[in-house]
Design a protein around this ligand. Structure first.
Ligand code: K1U
Ligand code: ZN
Length: 211
C-alpha cells in the first residue's frame, strides 16, 4: 500500500503524537513501519477448509500485550469485512487462544475472548444452522448444548465469566472448536464432509486459475 506523509497526518489526528512520531520516522525507519502498522486496518487471509492448518491446536496466550492487542484489532477488522459474527485466531493461521465475536445488528459490540474455557454446558441440546468463514457459502445444522458458561480474559487481560445462550452460545462453541482444531463440518456425515471438501478444493483451484 502506498502511504504518503499526508495520509499519516490524517490518520494520526492529533499534533502532539504527530511530532513525537515524526521525530522517530526521521531517526528510525522501523518506527515508521510500526506507526503505519498501528494506524491502518489490516485484513488477514482466512484459511479455507480443508487446509490442514485449521486442525492445529492453539496455545494459551501468556500475556495480553501490544502484540496480542494488534492481533485482536486485525481479527476484528477481518471479521467485520468478511462479514461474519465471529472469528478464531486459528482461521487466520495464528495458533493462539484468541476469539472475537460481534452478534449485534449494527456490528458495534465487539466481544474479545482470550484463553476462553468452557466451565459449564447445559444438558439440553439445540440444533442451529451454522456457517463458517473457512467454509464459504456452506451452511448446515449442528446440535450443541443450548446454554454455556465461559471463562476468559478480556482485551485488558482481566478475567471474566459469561453465560450465553442462542447465537452467542453457538458462536462461542463454534469458535472454541476452531481453537481445538475442529471445523463444524466434522459434526456432519463423512459423505457430506467429502462433498464439501471436493467443492472447496474446486473453488480454490478456480480462484487460483483466475489470477
Ligand atoms: O467462525 C466463523 O467462521 C465465523 C462464523 C460464526 C458462526 C456463525 C453462525 C453460527 C455459528 C458460527 C460466521 O460468522 S459465518 C457468517 C455468518 O453467520 C453471518 C455473516 C453475516 C451476517 C450474519 C451472519
Ligand atoms: Zn468457523
Amino acid at each position: 500500500m502506498a502511504v504518503d506523509c499526508c495520509d499519516a497526518i490524517r490518520v494520526l489526528g492529533y499534533e502532539h503524537r504527530l511530532i513525537l512520531e515524526f521525530r522517530n520516522i526521521f531517526n528510525n525507519r522501523d518506527s515508521l513501519i510500526t506507526l503505519l502498522d498501528n494506524s491502518y486496518m489490516a485484513l488477514l487471509p482466512v484459511l479455507c477448509y480443508p487446509d490442514p492448518r485449521l486442525h492445529r491446536i492453539a496455545k494459551p496466550v501468556a500475556a495480553v500485550d501490544a502484540r496480542i492487542k494488534k492481533i485482536v484489532a486485525d481479527m476484528a477488522d477481518t471479521m467485520y469485512e468478511a462479514p461474519g459474527v465471529g472469528l478464531a485466531a486459528t482461521q487466520v493461521d495464528i495458533h493462539e487462544r484468541i476469539v472475537v465475536i460481534d452478534i449485534s445488528d449494527n456490528q458495534d459490540e465487539l466481544m474479545v475472548f482470550i484463553n476462553p474455557e468452557l466451565v459449564w454446558a447445559s444438558p439440553e441440546k439445540k440444533s442451529w444452522r451454522e456457517g463458517c468463514l473457512s467454509v464459504p457459502e456452506y451452511y448446515d445444522e449442528v446440535e450443541r448444548p443450548d446454554s454455556i458458561r465461559v471463562r476468559a480474559l478480556d482485551i485488558n487481560g482481566k478475567q471474566f465469566e459469561l453465560e450465553a445462550d442462542g447465537l452467542l452460545s453457538v458462536c462461542l462453541q463454534h469458535e472454541m472448536d476452531h481453537l481445538q482444531g475442529k471445523v463444524f463440518v466434522e459434526y456432519l456425515s463423512p459423505l457430506k464432509r467429502n462433498r464439501i471438501s471436493l467443492k472447496m478444493k474446486k473453488r480454490i483451484k478456480e480462484l487460483v486459475g483466475q489470477r
